[in-house]
Write a protein that binds this ligand. Structure first.
Ligand code: PAF
Length: 414
């Protein structure tokens, strides 16, 4: 079974609805935006206002070029960025706020590069509608102020995450690794040169002060400290063969550098290495079914099957054996889970370690007994989660009333 790269969830694409869209908010990873807009292009015209609240930079340029170039029916755009931390609850199609922040909106007319100025009225209406949603805490800002708000997270993701991936270290490892720090410094120097020359922000003292002074470095350092216990999101995406936003992180600065005649060799090399690693991960994920019997036998003798955490030998030998068993376990899980399912299980582990371990044990047992013929999809994993939850509820003979956002719903946020 090959990995699909249709990243937009089918539910977001209502193919049979042809009604005109007046206001459209596109959020999420940068790499999903083009596909999402293409799916509703026939419902959008020059009276539509689209707010791009996507991750990364260069998304608007890509959307203008790939979806609306040469058409009369080009909508007008608002760019947005928010610092709220949100979780998506798939079961209820709802969003939960984990941390309150603010939303900044802007018009990107300065990046139109000779194209017609967009209609202002529809954009103003959209901004007003968003300002009316109290929880969004939105305001309209000049372009440079907006970029100043968004740039730190984009730079952080371009400088820190790829280095974690390539050196195979978590955030904590960056602090004590001079080679990693040199690599980050090179990436940052090139990025700063590109930003400093972007025509859209010419004359912006706020951005100049931010990138030329020590503030950007302080920001990166403080984020590394804050996340030192965490592993990189990009590493998780690559390991699971999921699409990444690298083209809207380092890729954006490379494209802009090219347009401005600025060389960005370190960013280009790192982007290519990330892409190569991603292709290898996909190849690996697609090449392991059916599970090799010999590997399973090895796993059984190492005690790494469905028996995680059940004691075993102690001391250094015991530790080594446990490590080997954990690695073997992980290898098997990589073989039997679809990337989206592995991703979901990983997130469940963050909040319910025992639940994730129980599920893993079941999956490994199914694999060992030859009952898995194909990789487990995210939908199948959800069924299994529900079955395990039902079972546990019956075992406890406890009746509990479900709340809107109870514990199990939290698993669905993930
Ligand atoms: C880079 C940008 C923010 C405007 O300069 C916009 O064009 C974009 O994201 O595509």
């Amino acid at each position: 079974m090959k990995l699909e790269h249709l990243s937009v969830r089918p539910k977001a694409i209502a193919k049979d609805d042809n009604s005109h869209i007046e206001q459209l908010l596109v959020a999420g990873p940068g790499h999903e935006a083009v596909e999402a807009l293409q799916s509703v292009r026939h419902r959008v015209n020059k009276d539509t206002a689209v707010c791009l609240m996507t991750d990364g930079l260069g998304v608007l340029e890509e959307v203008r070029q790939r979806v609306f170039q040469g058409t009369e029916s080009r909508p007008s755009f608002v760019l947005g960025h928010m610092s709220h931390r949100l979780a998506f609850n798939r079961r209820y199609d709802a969003v939960k706020e984990l941390r309150h922040g603010k939303t900044q909106l802007t018009f990107a007319d300065s990046s139109l590069q000779g194209q017609d100025v967009e209609r202002t009225e529809s954009r103003i209406n959209f901004v007003q509608a968003m300002e009316g949603v109290k929880d969004l805490n939105s305001s309209l800002a000049p372009f440079d102020k907006w970029l100043h708000f968004k740039l730190p997270s984009v730079i952080l993701d371009s400088v820190v995450e790829p280095v974690c991936v390539l050196m195979e270290i978590p955030y904590a490892g960056l602090q004590r690794n001079p080679a990693a720090q040199r690599m980050m410094q090179r990436l940052l120097t090139e990025i700063i040169t590109v930003v400093d020359n972007m025509p859209e922000i010419e004359g912006s003292a706020a951005i100049r002060n931010f990138i030329r002074g020590s503030r950007i470095k302080q920001h990166i350092y403080s984020r590394i400290m804050a996340r030192r216990g965490a592993s990189s999101d990009l590493a998780r995406q690559i390991q699971n063969g999921l699409p990444t936003d690298i083209d809207y992180l380092n890729g954006f600065f490379i494209r802009r550098g090219h347009q401005l005649g600025i060389e960005t060799p370190t960013n280009s090399m790192i982007r290519d290495m990330i892409k190569a690693k991603h292709s290898l991960a996909i190849e690996r994920l697609n090449s392991y079914i059916p599970i090799r019997k010999a590997r399973l036998e090895q796993l059984k003798t190492q005690g790494g099957g469905a028996s995680r955490g059940n004691g075993g030998p102690s001391g250094q030998d015991g530790e080594r054996q446990r490590q080997q068993a954990d690695e073997a376990r992980q290898q098997i899980l990589n073989q039997i889970l679809h990337p989206e399912a592995a991703d979901r299980l990983g997130r469940i582990r963050l909040v319910k370690e025992q639940r994730a371990t129980d599920i893993e044990n079941r999956l490994i047992t199914l694999a060992q007994t030859g009952q898995l013929r194909q990789k487990v999809t995210e939908a199948q994993l959800k069924d299994l989660l529900t079955a395990v939850a039902d079972n546990q509820e019956q075992e406890k003979i406890v009746v509990s009333r479900r709340k809107g956002w109870d514990d199990d719903d939290d698993l669905d946020d993930l």
